[in-house]
Design a protein around this ligand. Structure first.
Ligand SMILES: [Ca+2]
Length: 176
């Protein structure tokens, strides 16, 4: 009888602990505040407003820009990062078959090196594309600081010339 009671209390405790973890997980979606590179008007990807950063490419000329200065309101230096996702609000236009696509990678050492390249085959009308970069490294709060974290987006095509359009490039981070 006593053991049964203990079992019930332990179950309650475990359920409560799991609930607490779920409740205290925080998700923040933040916009970049600076950028550089060969896209036209890269700053237009700071806001979800229908004004687009643009890259005109051919099969011999790619365009690459970096977006950075993402700041996290509630993250502390002991936060446990459980998910990092780059979100693209983008489309392409092109002449003829094929068309431009995007390569996305992130840096956590201020652009010295970048993680794995993620291919994003955007369509010809604006949509949101999630690029989960959680597995690219073992994330720590320091790696996500403005001094270290950058998102690199390349527009390229192997066929006909075309344009990539990027309305907004937020990053969503979940941490406990
Ligand atoms: Ca915009």
């Amino acid at each position: 009888m006593k053991n049964k009671k203990l079992e019930i209390w332990l179950t309650v405790l475990v359920v409560f602990a799991l609930f607490a973890v779920l409740v205290y997980a925080t998700t923040e979606t933040k916009s970049p505040k600076s950028c550089s590179g060969t896209w036209s008007s890269c700053n237009l990807a700071y806001y979800n407003d229908g004004a687009y950063a643009q890259a005109n490419v051919t099969n011999v000329t790619n365009k690459t820009s970096m977006w950075m200065n993402y700041t996290w309101s509630n993250m502390t230096n002991t936060s446990n990062i459980t998910n990092v996702t780059v979100i693209l609000d983008a489309y392409h236009s092109h002449v003829g078959p094929g068309g431009p696509f995007l390569e996305v990678s992130v840096s956590w050492n201020n652009g010295l090196t970048y993680g794995p390249v993620h291919l994003v085959g955007v369509g010809d009308s604006a949509s949101f594309y999630d690029v989960d970069v959680t597995g690219d490294t073992t994330w720590t709060p320091v790696k996500l600081l403005p001094a270290n974290f950058k998102v690199k987006v390349t527009c390229l095509t192997t066929t006909s010339p075309g344009n990539c359009y990027l309305d907004w490039l937020p990053v969503e981070v979940t941490f406990t």
